[in-house]
Design a protein around this ligand. Structure first.
Ligand code: IMP
Ligand code: MG
Length: 181
């Protein structure tokens, strides 16, 4: 079972639900009167997006973009590739990018530049997790769920080698899982 590979639970289902609700309330206030388009960065943010959007009370749209910046390991390759683009134009729209985790910042600095060039009215960034100690690009999120230390975490959408996304909580992997990577 997946559970056996988890060293420690960092954020329980209840903690995630409560924090996602708080983020949504902030977004409801900040974007009142607007009709934002929420862009989920696949695949890691799919569960966060699903919970966040259900707590947002504004009229809004959703769209999806897929990027890959990691091999199957635990560190960024630095190479970002768009594997699925948006379905709709974002020109003149208020964009909220929804990410699972902001780590080195490679993925998002590339992505934000690309989205900015499409002339949206505004772009905000919402990340569930933030690992500021690992940042190599000057990027800050407007909304952060939780700050985490330099640990590799999985669950609630986040994977290691495509596994563990379906865990309902966020936990730290046992090092033996990725030793010998
Ligand atoms: P960045 O480009 O280094 O900021 O990496 C961002 C992406 O790396 C995230 O969207 C995740 O998909 C992945 N990532 C970074 N840290 C972790 C982690 O601890 N667990 C799972 N995925 C991670
Ligand atoms: Mg991701």
């Amino acid at each position: 079972m997946l559970e056996q590979d988890i060293e420690r639970v960092l954020f329980t289902e209840e903690a995630l639900r409560a924090r996602v609700g708080e983020l949504a309330q902030q977004i409801n206030r900040d974007l009142a009167g607007k009709e934002p388009v929420l862009i989920s960065v696949l695949r890691g943010s799919f569960i966060f997006m699903a919970d966040l959007v259900r707590a947002i009370e504004l009229p809004c749209r959703v769209d999806f973009m897929a990027v890959s910046s990691y091999g199957s390991g635990t560190t960024s390759s630095g190479q970002v590739k768009i594997t699925k683009d948006l379905s709709e134009s974002i020109e003149g729209r208020d964009v909220l990018v929804v990410e699972d985790i902001l780590d080195s910042g490679n993925t998002l600095s590339y992505l934000l530049k690309l989205l900015q060039a499409r002339r949206p009215a505004s772009i905000r960034l919402c990340t569930l997790l933030d690992k500021p100690s690992r940042r190599t690009k000057p990027i800050q999120a407007d909304y952060v769920g939780f700050q985490v230390e330099d640990l590799f975490v999985v669950g609630y959408g986040l994977d290691y080698a495509e596994r563990y996304r379906n865990l309902p909580y966020i936990g730290i992997l046992k090092p033996r899982v990725y030793e010998g990577e």
